[in-house]
Design a binder for this molecule. Structure first.
Ligand code: HEC
Length: 152
């Protein structure tokens, strides 16, 4: 160090100080990963999200941070299905079991969705049960109609 000009030594010293401070910052304040993505937001997740306190966030049968129906299996769906995109993609879709399975396969083949292992059955149960196709039928017959007399 002695052979270096004083101003260069100062520069190296300042650089080292900045590095140490930045290191300490990242150590003590690790960047927080947002757990719930908003509409249209994406991230490249490689594993399910850690899920905690799901039950505390349930109001009127809905898990409010995600909007998912809070029934059996919702923990798994939050962990696996909200890691990359908003839960809206799930809640706005309707499909039967086969349809949901196809979407999962498509994400596995093209979007790096991981193998859901043994949990896939419970996830499909949840999706097929809560986000099944809406039955479209004829409207129910009208009741209580006030008929009026046609006069000519
Ligand atoms: C590894 C990332 C990743 C995970 C985890 C993931 N998805 Fe996706 N998913 C995607 C991507 C990428 C898209 C395409 C988004 C777009 O088109 O903007 C997508 C799209 C979708 C769509 C819309 C499909 C369509 O036809 O429009 C649905 C529904 C969906 N995902 C459901 C799920 C469910 C259910 C799970 C949990 C089993 C899940 N996703 C987990 C990456 C993921």
């Amino acid at each position: 160090m002695q052979h270096l000009p004083a101003n260069l030594r100062l520069l190296i010293g300042a650089g080292l100080l900045v590095l140490v401070l930045a290191g300490l910052m990242f150590y003590f304040f690790p960047s927080e990963t947002p757990t719930v993505l908003k509409d249209g937001e994406m991230r490249e997740a490689e594993a399910p999200l850690p899920v905690d306190d799901v039950d505390g966030a349930i109001e009127n049968g809905i898990h409010t941070p995600t909007g998912l129906i809070a029934s059996e299996g919702v923990h798994l769906v939050i962990a696996h299905c909200t890691a990359c995109h908003s839960a809206k993609l799930v809640t706005q879709n309707r499909a039967d079991r086969e349809g949901w399975e196809k979407m999962i396969r498509w994400m596995q083949q093209t979007q790096n969705l991981w193998d859901l292992g043994e949990q896939e059955v419970a996830i499909l149960d949840y999706l097929a049960e809560n986000y099944a196709p809406v039955k479209s039928g004829r409207r129910p017959p009208l009741t209580d109609i006030d008929w009026y007399e046609l006069k000519d």
